[in-house]
Design a protein around this ligand. Structure first.
Ligand SMILES: [Zn+2]
Length: 131
């Protein structure tokens, strides 16, 4: 196996363990058993914020976990590091920065550009202009 991919595989597996540990830390009963019968409004508001954060974190980590699994599978199948859109080889530099990236930089930029166009609601605010 390619040395770079081997190192990335180890990195991905380590990250996967980390996420699994994180997910088990965010237990389902912590999310569901919200007791609204006690405490004042501040406590309730805090619990709700905490609950939403847990859900967001869980969602994000399970999405990441999915991407990691896909990447690990691709490494084993010898399909890793190939853009899913144009099938060109993704630079090692890019893979090291984002090990579970699916597309080459050109395709990624192209997609982001399309997303911006479809989601745009007027011009992007410009920073650095004080007038
Ligand atoms: Zn591509």
């Amino acid at each position: 196996m390619n040395k770079v991919y081997k190192a990335l595989l180890e990195q991905l597996q380590a990250r996967k363990q980390e996420l699994i540990a994180l997910e088990s830390h965010i237990s389902p009963d912590k999310i569901q058993n919200l007791d609204l019968g006690h405490g004042d409004d501040m406590d309730i508001a805090e619990s709700i914020v905490e609950q939403e954060m847990s859900i967001t974190m869980k969602l994000r980590s399970s999405q990441e976990l999915m991407l990691i699994d896909e990447a690990i599978e691709k490494i084993h199948k010898g399909r890793y590091g190939i853009c899913e859109s144009c099938e060109r080889v993704i630079e090692n530099k890019r893979l090291k920065a984002r090990p579970f990236v699916k597309y080459c930089i050109e395709c990624q930029e192209e997609m982001e550009r399309n997303n911006e166009e479809s989601a745009s609601s007027g011009p992007t605010p410009q920073f650095g202009k004080l007038e």
